[in-house]
Design a protein. Structure first.
Length: 265
């Protein structure tokens, strides 16, 4: 049985940090969830509950300028977000498994090259290579959205980009909770260099869907190869795998992998 989600601020990083503890304490590795573009820690509540039910202390951070965290998107970059994740991970009682979605998946790739996480899970991650595939996916659906990014605007978090299985009302409600993204970070997605290998040889899992409207499955597969990671695919589900209908299946696969691959002390 899990306790209620605790809404608070990390004493170390000053960022919004949601917390959900299992009852009783099982001694399993904590998990730290990192959201993607325009989202916040709120988007992880389904998977936080699943993780805590499986015995893992669960945390979710809102990156600078997102959710309830301080900071401004105009001054934020991928480097800002990587520092956010490392500071937050270092503030936890023990080294977590760090789980990143979409842009957060790219941030986690870069964070674990510097921080010795217990493991990492990349969920529909922006590619380890420059993310031109994502820009092309956007351009095919809404050319004006792609042009907006190139002109320094924020990608609209349209429900059709994020969900395949939710009813329109629920999908629209989630989409409305999303906000803007840093124009600098969006440009860096197109220009970044691949991260180095995980510090301490942390094990990595990549989860993707061939029905993703934002990140091409070819990019997800390439990221798994570059990270020497196991890859699990879930056809039919949308880009926001932690919110779309059927979120339980990838959550269960992720937690099973963590229990098998991550050594706890």
């Amino acid at each position: 049985m899990t306790s209620d989600v605790i809404y608070g601020t990390s004493a170390y990083s000053g960022l919004e940090l949601l917390e959900l503890q299992p009852e009783p304490d099982t001694g399993k590795a904590p998990v730290l969830f990192v959201h993607g573009a325009g989202h916040g820690a709120w988007c992880w509540e389904n998977w936080m509950e699943a993780a805590a039910d499986a015995g893992h202390p669960a945390y979710a951070v809102s990156l600078s300028g997102h959710g309830g965290s301080p900071g401004t998107l105009l001054k934020s970059s991928l480097g800002t977000y990587v520092d956010d994740v490392i500071r937050t991970a270092a503030s936890l009682p023990s080294q977590p498994v760090i789980i990143g979605h979409s842009l957060g998946g790219l941030v986690v790739q870069k964070a674990i090259a510097r921080y010795p996480a217990s493991g990492a899970v990349l969920v529909a991650p922006i590619s380890a290579r420059p993310g031109v595939g994502t820009l092309a996916s956007i351009s095919r659906r809404h050319p004006a959205d792609a042009a907006k990014i190139m002109l320094g605007g924020s990608l609209p978090m349209r429900a059709e980009y994020l969900f395949n299985r939710l009813d329109p009302e629920t999908a629209s409600a989630y989409s409305a909770r999303c906000g803007n993204e840093s124009p600098v970070a969006q440009f860096q997605v197109l220009l970044h260099l691949p991260a180095g290998p995980p510090k301490g040889d942390a094990p990595v899992l990549v989860i993707g869907t061939p029905n993703d409207a934002l990140v091409p499955i070819a990019d997800v597969r390439d990221t798994a190869r570059r990270m020497d990671a196991e890859l699990i695919e879930f056809p039919g589900i949308g880009h926001d795998m932690m919110l779309d209908g059927g979120w339980q299946e990838p959550a269960e696969a992720m937690l099973g992998w963590i229990d098998a691959a991550v050594t706890t002390t």
